[in-house]
Design a protein around this ligand. Structure first.
Ligand SMILES: Cc1ncc(COP(=O)(O)O)c(C=O)c1O
Length: 475
């Protein structure tokens, strides 16, 4: 028997006498052994089958306990590999004593339950497929390809994206008018700068929306103006009064409420764009994740001369790649390309070749098919757990995306709940994080479900309900 297949003994015991479940006893003992250093970073722990056998408990109990400890950062679980204690970096915040941080840096303890809404499950990043595309890119780029090149990006990628976006989102894209960016955030900045140079003054932003959008627009010299959102999406009727030259919106899945911009509102928006000679910037952030509702095509397909389409791989693959794109109306293309040149002379080109290869081999489609099934199961676990643990709240925005919103009681206080959640090391965001002025608005939580296994989601919601109760007692 080789070293890796040897069963490992571990000094644990469980008792059926007390009130604590078998799983909790296993979790507590392992947590303590790791915290106190009896189990060191990277140490192997028994397989779930072995430990279940050693303790005489069902394997399910050990599987759930390990999943919980992995969600808390104590264990590292990878398919096909032996379970291990997390490496030294992963454990920095859960093992004691903590190392002193370099001066000026803050160390937040690692979350036990990470419900932050804007991060996908990067543990499933298709490393082998990406590596293959990177190798192909390195093996095939010419010496000329290693120069600065066109600031709009590599032609092969612009062309592959035009096909992909046309096929899956109904975007009307000529590769000539596509600009590869370092993610959506940069793309928005480039368009805002180009609009400001052309004389635009005010830009309408959804309220609620991603708070960085307002900061990016203001840096470009535009004045951000909030417009409302309801169940039918952006309040297009407020645009007239906003006196704006452009509008940023998330029509397929309003961020963060999850509303879809209705057909009627789309028609009204397009009429406003024409009458006002204005530009819409469509953030198609997480349109790829749709579970139980019909596909909603991109707004850009309805008026490519007035709508800038913006997207990135941050939610489909990983934010770390820093790859995004703009599909720009022909009249704006030259100005935005010039902004890209001045910003950084273009996005990293070897990665662009790799992404072109990845797209044309169908790897993104394959990855998304796999992830949709996984996220749907997590979404179901979250919605069910919330319905059971917090029945007085209402869960919304469940049909698509990677997060839901939880409408609290009017008497609830987001800040107190956030504090109580923080004491339990639960990371979450609340609706006021997405509003320029949240005073007097109904309280709500914004909970992402992409990063946790179903057992961790269930335990996390249970703990969250305790945090909500504790906050109510404090009120
Ligand atoms: C609604 C929305 N759009 C876009 C982005 C940013 O994407 P990128 O990483 O491509 O800059 C975020 C980031 O959290 C977001 O919340």
């Amino acid at each position: 028997m080789d070293e890796t297949s040897q069963p490992i003994e571990l000094l644990l015991s469980v008792s059926r006498a007390g009130s604590r479940t078998l799983g909790t006893q296993i979790e507590d003992q392992l947590r303590r052994a790791i915290r106190e250093g009896a189990l060191r970073p990277d140490a192997r722990v028994p397989s779930t089958r072995d430990l279940a056998g050693q303790l005489g408990v069902s394997r399910r109990v050990v599987v759930d306990a390990y999943a919980q400890l992995a969600a808390e950062g104590y264990l590292s679980l990878r398919q096909g590999a032996r379970p291990r204690v997390s490496g030294a970096t992963g454990l920095a915040s859960v093992a004691s004593p903590p190392a002193m941080p370099p001066a000026g840096t803050a160390t937040a303890p690692r979350a036990r339950f990470d419900f932050r809404p804007s991060v996908p499950d990067v543990s499933t990043f298709p490393r082998a497929a990406w590596l293959r595309s990177l190798r192909t890119a390195l093996a095939t780029v010419t010496d000329a390809d290693l120069g600065y090149g066109d600031p709009r990006g590599v032609e092969a990628l612009r062309s592959a994206l035009a096909d992909y976006l046309g096929r899956v989102r109904g975007v009307v894209a000529d590769p000539e008018h596509i600009i590869i960016t370092n993610g959506y955030t940069q793309g928005l900045g480039l368009v805002c700068h180009a609009l400001a140079r052309a004389g635009a003054k005010r830009i309408a932003l959804e309220d609620p929306s991603n708070p960085d959008d307002g900061l990016v627009a203001a840096r470009a010299g535009l004045d951000p103006v909030p417009i409302g959102v309801d169940e039918a999406g952006t309040r297009v009727d407020e645009l007239e009064q906003a006196d704006a030259d452009a509008v940023v919106l998330t029509p397929a899945h309003q961020h963060p409420t999850g509303a879809v911009l209705t057909g009627e509102r789309r028609t009204a928006l397009l009429a406003w764009l024409r009458d006002r000679d204005a530009i819409a910037i469509e953030d198609d952030y997480d349109a790829e994740y749709r579970y139980d509702r019909a596909a909603v095509g991109a707004l850009q397909g309805l008026d490519p001369d007035r709508v800038v389409y913006a997207g990135s791989v941050s939610k489909t693959l990983a934010p770390a790649l820093r790859i995004g794109w703009l599909v720009v109306p022909p009249a704006l293309a030259q100005a935005v390309s010039h902004e890209k040149l001045l910003a950084d002379r273009g996005t990293a080109r070897i990665e662009q070749h790799a992404f072109a290869d990845f797209l044309t081999r169908g790897e993104l489609d394959r990855h998304l098919r796999r992830m949709r099934a996984r996220y749907r199961a997590r979404r179901d676990a979250l919605v069910q757990a919330l319905t059971e643990a917090l029945p007085e709240t209402s869960v919304r925005g469940v049909a698509a995306g990677l997060h839901v919103t939880v409408q609290l009681l009017d008497s609830d206080n987001e800040q107190t709940i956030r504090e109580e959640a923080g004491h339990r090391r639960i990371e979450l965001e609340t609706m006021s994080d997405f509003r320029p002025n949240a005073a007097g608005r109904p309280p709500a939580l914004v909970l992402g479900y992409a990063q946790m296994s179903e057992p961790a989601i269930r335990t996390g919601v249970h703990e969250l309900a305790l945090a909500v109760q504790a906050a109510r007692v404090r009120a």
